[in-house]
Design a binder for this molecule. Structure first.
Ligand SMILES: [Cu+2]
Length: 74
């Protein structure tokens, strides 16, 4: 797993975040993440636009399949 400072997505293209590929990891969340709660993730695009995404917190994380199999789970 290699942390990325930014992700480039061509115009009209898609980048699917998923286990074993590019994905988001919340290493040090400000609040405890509890099952059933929703959190908002905020993104800033290279043109300065901002967008957000609501995420449902699930009870049990799925195992991660990152790199050489040494990706931690949340
Ligand atoms: Cu990861």
């Amino acid at each position: 797993m290699l942390p990325q400072k930014k992700l480039s997505i061509a115009a009209h293209a898609k980048l699917i975040l998923k286990s074993g590929s590019y994905h988001l990891m919340l290493a040090k969340p400000e609040k405890r993440l509890l099952s059933g709660h929703k959190i908002q993730l905020n993104f800033t695009l290279s043109n300065g636009d901002k967008t957000s995404l609501m995420i449902n917190i699930r009870k049990k994380p799925r195992p991660m399949k990152c790199g050489a199999g040494k990706c931690g789970s949340m």
